[in-house]
Design a protein around this ligand. Structure first.
Ligand SMILES: NC(=O)c1ccc[n+]([C@@H]2O[C@H](COP(=O)([O-])OP(=O)(O)OC[C@H]3O[C@@H](n4cnc5c(N)ncnc54)[C@H](O)[C@@H]3O)[C@@H](O)[C@H]2O)c1
Length: 230
């Protein structure tokens, strides 16, 4: 089976590339490197010991993308090529971890915690956090299930919610780094609690998240340290 991975050099894409290759699935990577480094391609190859074709193109360039399909027998496409504008990231609570990492490393002065009067155990918003490798494996399992016709939607999450303060505390305990924060007003559109129900993915894909919050904190920090040093 051959999978076209768009945005395959980025954060989620590169982890998914490794998991697909480790599962014996061939990949073709398309990325314009607008938010990633070519060095990651070599890292994927050296981690897995496998080779793959890479096209440095913008996937919105229809002609060039059609050529990729002509040159390769593609069975499935996984798309992770997307921009995360800063404004959008700030609004989206599931992007908390990159901010925590940047504050801990001194790149940002402090973290703004939006709202501390929500109906939760400590007043801050509760969300579902998933490890990038669990997310990547969920995609591998979904790809393997492709023989099923129709449209299928799966939630990939842990089914557990953690508050912003839970995350900060676990991050500090796991990494030994301090995360300075201040409370800021609630953001429009945010709700008290939401987390995924991953039962369908467990039932139909035999997938479940295996890594916990400490793993997420430790590995996010290590990833930043490694990719800043190199
Ligand atoms: N990382 C997270 O915590 C997270 C959480 C929720 C959702 N997401 C979503 O998942 C997707 C991937 O996130 P990520 O963290 O891996 O981001 P990333 O920026 O690390 O990866 C995106 C990759 O796509 C490439 N790209 C962007 N536009 C392209 C284009 N037009 N043509 C070809 N390549 C292009 C970039 O160069 C980059 O390598 C995004 O849509 C993001 O919003 C990420």
């Amino acid at each position: 089976m051959k999978v076209l991975l768009t945005g395959g050099v980025g954060y989620v894409g590169s982890h998914t590339a490794v998991e697909l290759l480790n599962n014996g699935i061939e990949i073709i990577v398309v990325d314009d490197l607008s938010n990633s480094d070519k060095k990651v391609i070599e890292s994927i190859k050296s981690i897995t010991g496998k080779d793959f074709k890479f096209y440095k193109i913008d996937y919105k360039d229809r002609e060039k993308l059609e050529k990729v399909f002509e040159e390769n027998q593609i069975d499935a496409v996984v798309n992770f090529a997307g921009y995360k504008a800063v404004g959008e990231s700030v609004r989206k609570p599931n992007n908390l971890m990159p901010y925590i990492v940047r504050v801990a490393s001194g790149k940002l002065k402090e973290l703004s915690v939006f709202g501390n009067d929500y109906n939760t155990h400590d007043g801050t918003g509760v969300r579902d956090y998933i490890h990038v490798v669990d997310l990547a494996n969920g995609h591998v399992k979904a790809i393997k299930k492709l023989n099923k016709s129709g449209m299928h939607i799966y939630n990939l999450g842990t089914g557990k919610g953690y508050s912003v303060l839970d995350i900060i505390k676990t991050f500090e305990e796991t990494t030994g780094k301090k995360v300075k924060y201040k409370f800021a007003p609630r953001r429009e559109g945010d709700i008290d609690i939401y987390y995924a129900n991953p039962d369908k993915a467990k039932r139909e894909l035999d997938w479940e998240a295996k890594r916990n919050l400490k793993d997420i904190c430790r590995d996010s920090w290590n990833y930043m340290v490694k990719n800043t040093e190199e």
